[in-house]
Design a protein around this ligand. Structure first.
Ligand SMILES: *Cc1c(COP(=O)(O)O)cnc(C)c1O
Length: 471
């Protein structure tokens, strides 16, 4: 049988690629052009029309028809996360340079595996790593692994911790597994992110061994509630509580780890800073994270506050050898100061060139631009808090970063209805949450796109929702 592609001259196949990229690029341009005039949550009719994409698989295909389907039915049913009024989860929009890098990356289709498969991907990762460490004020000898998000970044760092702590006890976990292994202790706060538990489950450490530390009312660990931190302990601290933005007292945690250390070995202190670690990159917020640089590993997302496209997170550690031992496919022990291949520092083998988008985001913002993005979002969060109080809402958290949690006194049962009303209006998007045993809603401000007018327009939509569904 002949390959159908062989029936066409190769120029035809090239033309098909060009045509596809040309039409979709134009559609992407139009999408970006109209982003702030669109509904934020898609119209119910547009969601219903997605039935058009869920047909039987055609017997024969045609690229231009395929892309037409996506451009018409798909675009109409997106949530406008790249505009200025999506305040859901704690995720981010997309910077112009990062979106452009994504478009180029789609054309390039590079595998960030080694410099033989993609010199550009590896070099962009290396430069982006160096810039990240500099921006975050972390030691230049740390390694940075580019993964799909903070969930996997927590997994990578905790795998490094598992390796290092068991090795101290003469156990090679990559070879011997966890059956019969010495026990590890895990200390984390009652407010740690759900994905920390997931990472512990994936690692076979499990969640039963977690020693939970009580928090203050803004969701930061209480130093006095910390148990002893011996050298078989992993402490998982948080920079940026998903509800409040609060950061655990990392300096005090590291000091206690030192104090309780046995000889030169101390507990491994890991910082889950999916969005909150970015506070380190701005003068106005850096103090929140005091002492964070003394930890052993850190996690931060690109796709949250840095506004790179999904999915992009970074696993940073001052013990590259431990992460290398846990992640490398063929593992001649990483020489101290040596540079590892991307594939040997992360779970993925063939990887997307995420470093290209991080490189583009950082290069386009510059140091001042990063600080400005963080500080601007925090100022918008304070404006939200003031506006909500003026409407009679209780702001439940101490607004230390970019997060605002609010509820209406006596009408907490209507907070989900309030979120639904705002979403259905198409004006803005944020979701319900529970905080301090109260039903509430949460607004996270992280998009480079958001301006004061977006905040005020969202406050107006909240006011209408309050009049109609909270009463
Ligand atoms: C968002 C978040 C995560 C999970 O991050 P993903 O990038 O969605 O995997 C983990 N920890 C914290 C504190 C977060 O805010």
């Amino acid at each position: 049988m002949t390959n159908p592609a062989d029936a066409q001259p190769s120029r035809d196949r090239t033309d098909q690629s060009v045509a596809a990229l040309r039409t979709t690029s134009l559609a992407a341009v139009n999408y970006a052009d109209e982003i702030n005039d669109r509904r934020v949550a898609p119209a119910p009719e547009a969601v219903a029309a997605l039935d058009n994409l869920d047909m039987d698989l055609p017997k024969q295909g045609d690229a231009s028809h395929t892309l037409e389907q996506l451009m018409s039915h798909g675009s109409a049913a997106t949530t406008a996360t790249t505009g200025g009024r999506f305040f859901g989860l704690v995720t981010g929009g997309t910077l112009p340079a990062a979106a452009g890098a994504r478009v180029l990356s789609a054309a390039w289709d590079q595998i960030a595996f080694s410099d033989a498969t993609s010199a550009v991907a590896v070099r962009c990762e290396a430069a982006a790593s160096r810039w990240m460490l500099e921006l975050l004020g972390l030691p230049p000898a740390c390694s940075v692994g580019f993964v799909t998000g903070a969930t996997m970044a927590n997994f990578v760092c905790l795998a490094g911790a598992r390796h290092a702590l068991l090795k101290r006890q003469g156990w090679d976990v990559e070879r011997q597994g966890l059956f019969g292994a010495p026990r590890l202790r895990v200390v984390t706060s009652e407010a740690s992110h759900v994905t920390v538990a997931k990472a512990l489950a994936l690692l076979g450490i499990g969640t039963d061994c977690i020693e939970q530390v009580r928090c203050d009312k803004n969701g930061a660990m209480l130093t006095e509630a910390l148990p002893e931190l011996d050298n078989a302990t992993i402490v998982i601290a948080q920079a940026g509580n998903v509800n409040t933005g609060a950061c655990d007292p990392i300096a005090a945690i590291c000091a206690k780890a030192e104090q309780d250390a046995d000889g030169s070995d101390r507990a491994w202190v890991h910082v889950d800073g999916a969005f909150g670690l970015w506070a380190a990159a701005a003068p106005a917020t850096r103090a929140l994270l005091e002492g964070y640089e003394a930890a052993d590993s850190w996690v931060v997302d690109g796709h949250k506050w840095l506004n790179t496209p999904y999915d992009c997170g970074m696993a940073i550690t001052r013990h590259p050898q431990a992460v290398h031992a846990a992640m490398a496919t063929v593992a001649p022990y990483l020489a101290i100061g040596g540079t590892a291949l991307p594939k040997d520092m992360v779970p993925e083998f063939s990887c997307a060139a995420r470093g290209v988008e991080v490189w583009a985001a950082l290069h386009s913002l510059g140091k001042d631009g990063v600080a400005d993005l963080i500080e601007r979002c925090c100022a918008h969060a304070r404006r939200f808090a003031d506006g909500l109080r003026a409407q009679g809402f209780d702001v439940l958290n101490d607004v230390v970063l970019n997060q605002v949690v609010a509820s209406f006194p006596g009408r907490e049962d209507r907070m989900t209805a309030l979120c639904d009303h705002v979403q259905l209006s198409g004006e803005a998007w944020f979701g319900p949450t529970t905080f301090a045993n109260r039903q509430a809603f949460r607004i996270s401000v992280w998009s480079w796109m958001t301006d004061t007018a977006d905040v005020d327009r969202t406050l107006a939509a909240i006011q209408r929702a309050r009049e109609e569904v909270v009463k």
